[in-house]
Design a protein around this ligand. Structure first.
Ligand code: BG6
Length: 432
């Protein structure tokens, strides 16, 4: 990876949840591993009136316990953290931001603006940046957007329009943290770095595919936001569709952002659009008991916290193969996994014999217990010709030492390097 000599990452929403829980811990972990390129500075912008020192202390107090030691590492890292109190509704505060940036980041510095606020502030931030000409410069500044990228097609289009008013698409990085997960990237490696799976990765061998993200936690303190979002916008439009794309796409010609995103767009373009009449047949929605009593949730809420949707991909490879997407909160276990169910053999030679007779199954375990299992039929020893399902199993933690990196570590590094392969493009978001 090659990085600019100097970068400054401006975080809007610097006193918020995402910054303290994900962004700063990920940057700090990269720093500790020696992966954070030198010359990266971070400038937090938020309403709370912190000084640099106070913001650093606040961030340090919220580090996960395992990252708090050694204290010297944090102190060295924190030397490059700065803070500017500012109000997004006050134009002069954007003038102060420009001045601070001019002082901190001389000509030639890569400027990156990270919108880690609630989506309703995006328009204000973008116009504030454009008013100050902060969207221009050499090298061209980058802007990072967190989901939701709109709440329907029209609002996704208007957000894209707004972004494109000041930024070229190549400057825009839309984060879907699922793409930063090692196990999600491993889908591409599994499919395209091994020759043996590709010949069977189609309608002739695959009966159906299940993509499941079950969470055991409820909405917790996020009730107010979640109640206006619901599971389809929170998990399906982004994370589950990204998994679907990786599972269903053709091999890109090159391992490059545009080539990968072109293939994903083709998958989304081939997903059959459900008509209102299809919806009751192809989907199920539900809400967990107790959801309406969560803080911030409307006591009459109809918001779905669980959904299952059957999608069809109308292309040669996948015609007639259903993709079942499911996700829910407050489920009885936490697991994100993809199951590829293969067809039964054409001739059932052992149908008269006892035991379990099922088609092969490939399980891609995204989290926890990250790994891949292939379920195969085997003979039960010393039991005539009785069959059973056994598995060939790969677990990341048995092969690799050290903890799995957080998704944001990879995404922030790619962002600093300007590699958009794991970020969503505007047409992809609109199709999704
Ligand atoms: C977020 C959703 O994008 O993803 C949350 O807004 C959800 O509701 C989370 O809990 C799940 O992420 P992960 O990495 O824990 O699977």
């Amino acid at each position: 990876m090659s990085f600019p000599e100097r970068s400054v990452l401006v975080i809007f929403g610097a006193s918020g949840d995402l910054t303290r829980r994900k962004l700063v811990p990920a940057l700090f972990r990269l720093f500790q591993k020696g992966r954070l390129p030198s010359g990266v500075q971070v400038l937090g912008f938020s309403r709370t009136s912190y000084s640099d020192e106070q913001w650093r202390d606040y961030l340090q107090q919220h580090l996960p316990p395992e990252d708090r030691e050694p204290k010297e590492a944090w102190d060295r890292f924190a030397e490059d953290l700065f803070y500017l109190p500012g109000d997004l509704t006050v134009p002069e505060d954007f003038t102060r931001l420009r001045k601070q940036l001019d002082a901190l980041a001389p000509e030639g510095t890569q400027r990156i603006f990270y919108l880690a606020t609630a989506a309703r502030f995006f328009p204000r931030i973008l116009s504030g940046l454009m008013d100050q000409q902060l969207h221009r410069g050499s090298p061209p500044p980058r802007v990072v957007v967190e989901k939701p990228f709109g709440h329907d097609l029209a609002s996704a289009q208007s957000l894209n329009l707004l972004l494109h008013r000041g930024f070229d698409e190549s400057q825009v990085f839309r984060i879907d943290h699922y793409l930063g997960k090692e196990t999600v990237q491993n889908i591409l490696v599994f499919r395209f770095a091994n020759a043996i799976f590709e010949p069977i990765w189609n309608r002739s061998y695959i009966d159906h595919v299940e993509i499941t993200a079950a969470e055991s936690e409820g909405v917790g303190t996020r009730g107010a936001t979640y109640d206006t979002t619901g599971v389809l916008r929170d998990m399906f439009q982004n994370h589950l569709l990204q998994l679907l794309c990786f599972m269903a796409m053709e091999a890109p010609n090159r391992f490059e952002a545009e080539a990968i995103r072109n293939e994903k767009v083709k998958v989304l373009d081939a997903v059959r659009v459900l008509s209102p009449e299809d919806v009751p047949r192809e989907s199920v929605r539900g809400q967990y008991h107790g959801y309406r009593q969560s803080p911030g949730v409307d006591p009459q809420s109809q918001t779905a916290t669980f959904a299952a949707v059957r999608l069809w991909i109308d292309n040669w490879r996948w015609q007639g193969v259903p993709f079942f997407l499911r996700s829910g909160k407050a489920m009885d276990c936490r697991t994100t996994q993809i199951v590829v169910q293969f067809r039964q053999p054409p001739l059932r030679l052992f149908r008269q014999c006892g035991g379990v007779h099922e088609g092969n199954r490939l399980v891609i375990q995204i989290q926890p217990a990250e790994g891949i299992q292939l379920h195969i039929q085997s003979k039960v020893p010393d039991a005539g010709m009785e069959l059973t399902l056994t598995d060939l199993s790969f677990r990341f933690d048995r092969h690799f030492r050290g903890r799995m990196p957080d998704a944001y570590e990879r995404l922030l590094l790619d962002l600093l390097a300007g590699d958009a392969s794991l970020f969503a493009r505007s047409d992809e978001v609109e199709l999704a």
